[in-house]
Structures are given as C-alpha cells and as structure tokens.
Design a protein around this ligand. Structure first.
Ligand SMILES: NC(=O)c1ccc[n+]([C@@H]2O[C@H](COP(=O)([O-])OP(=O)(O)OC[C@H]3O[C@@H](n4cnc5c(N)ncnc54)[C@H](OP(=O)(O)O)[C@@H]3O)[C@@H](O)[C@H]2O)c1
Length: 192
C-alpha cells in the first residue's frame, strides 16, 4: 500500500460518523482514568512525515469505539496530520502558538490547562503524537497500546514504558490475515 493509500484509508475510518457514541461519561463519582492510546511498532515507531505508517482498520475502529464521546488531547502536529477534528469527541489541541484557532477544536498551551478542560470526563484520552505522549506519561493512569510486531522506518517514536511503574493487565493477540499483513497485540497497561 502506498503512503497515499494508507492516508486515505486511515482518514476514511477516523472521520466516519454513522456510529454515534454511547460512551458519554455519566459516572463522575468514579475516579477519572486518564488514558493514553497509541499504536506503536516493535521499534516504537509511531509515524513518519507527519502521518501514520500502516493501515489496520480493526485498530482504528477500536480507537474510535474507545474514544467516542470523550475528550481527546493531541499535539498540534497530530491535529494537522488529520483532515479535520474527529467527530463525536471534544478535540483539544496543545500548541505554543498563541494565535492558533483551528475549526472544531479547543486550544490549550500547557499540560495543566489541558487537564483542567477534561476534569469532567471520566476517561479522557491522550492521542499523540510522540511529543505529547512523552509530556503526559507521568499524568496517565492507563495506556491502551496496539503493539504492531514489525519494525518500521519512522521519525516519531513512542516513549519506552518503564516496567517498574507499569504492568500489563490485559492482552489480546491478533494474527495477520490476507488483508492485514501484521501480527499485533492490544496491550492494556496500568500504573502499579
Ligand atoms: N501511531 C499512533 O498511535 C500515532 C498517534 C498520534 C500521532 N501519530 C503520529 O505522530 C506524529 C506526530 O507526532 P509529533 O511528536 O511530531 O508531534 P505532536 O506530539 O503531535 O505535536 C507536537 C506539537 O505539540 C505542541 N507541544 C508540544 N509540547 C508542548 C508544550 N509543552 N506546551 C505546548 N505545546 C506543546 C507543539 O506545537 P507548536 O509547534 O504548535 O507549538 C509541538 O510542535 C505524526 O507522524 C502522526 O501521524 C501516531
């Protein structure tokens, strides 16, 4: 698949709107779980040339299922890698640019301001990219990591997960198929 084909297929799935969310937070007496969600290769590759490197439709559908109805915090570069704000989610963009005014998204300039905006959400998500994952690693309670068991050439990488601090609480292994050439695993990490 060419980079253009990967971009086209990923964007189609990310922007689908037919499946509205049932996941809106209604249990604010529970403790908030700030969750980082990412797909990273064996070598921690996340992206290249400000785009994703692979197309795994089941993973994008899972991303959409988990994040719909919630706040999603992302870096300015990740936001600009997508055609527009993701539907059915509160899009929050972190940037140092004072005059940044993207359509369909809220803008913040600090980690603290981002966290203040999501305090009413039982499960806000940090959706990348590399800089933003690094920035929020200390604040997060859970990581939903899709580990693609293959090395890719990349220019942005997921930070290493400190196994003294994080433990895997769920794992699902998915095998490659004719349509999808990579073995991958859904790994849920929680802070010890
Ligand atoms: N595989 C995955 O799961 C996944 C998920 C998301 C993204 N990606 C990929 O990751 C790549 C983008 O990641 P990236 O690391 O280059 O960029 P990024 O993390 O998306 O955004 C970086 C930008 O965030 C802003 N920022 C960073 N630290 C900040 C701070 N302390 N305060 C305020 N603003 C701050 C800055 O924006 P300004 O420059 O505007 O100040 C900075 O340029 C793309 O290739 C994308 O496709 C992959």
């Amino acid at each position: 698949m060419t980079a253009q084909e990967i971009r086209f297929k990923n964007n189609n799935l990310l922007l689908e709107t037919e499946e509205d969310s049932d996941h809106k937070s209604t249990h604010m007496t529970e403790k908030q779980t700030l969750t980082m969600i990412a797909a990273a290769a064996k070598n921690n590759a996340l992206g290249k040339d400000n785009d994703l490197i692979w197309h795994i439709s089941e993973d994008l559908k899972r991303f959409k299922r988990l994040t719909s109805g919630h706040a999603i915090i992302m870096g300015r570069k990740t936001f600009e890698s997508m055609p527009k704000a993701l539907p059915n989610r509160t899009n929050i963009i972190l940037t140092k640019k004072e005059d940044y005014q993207p359509e369909g998204a809220l803008v913040v300039h600090t980690v603290e301001a981002a966290l203040a905006l999501v305090k009413e959400d039982i499960q806000p998500f940090i959706i990348g990219g590399g800089e933003i994952y690094r920035l929020f690693m200390g604040n997060c309670d859970r990581i939903e990591l899709t580990r693609v068991h293959h090395d890719f050439e990349a220019d942005v990488f997921f930070p290493s997960i400190d196994t003294d601090k994080w433990t895997i609480v769920a794992q699902e292994d998915i095998s490659a198929t004719d349509n999808q050439p990579y073995n991958y695993s859904y790994l849920t990490y929680e802070k010890k």
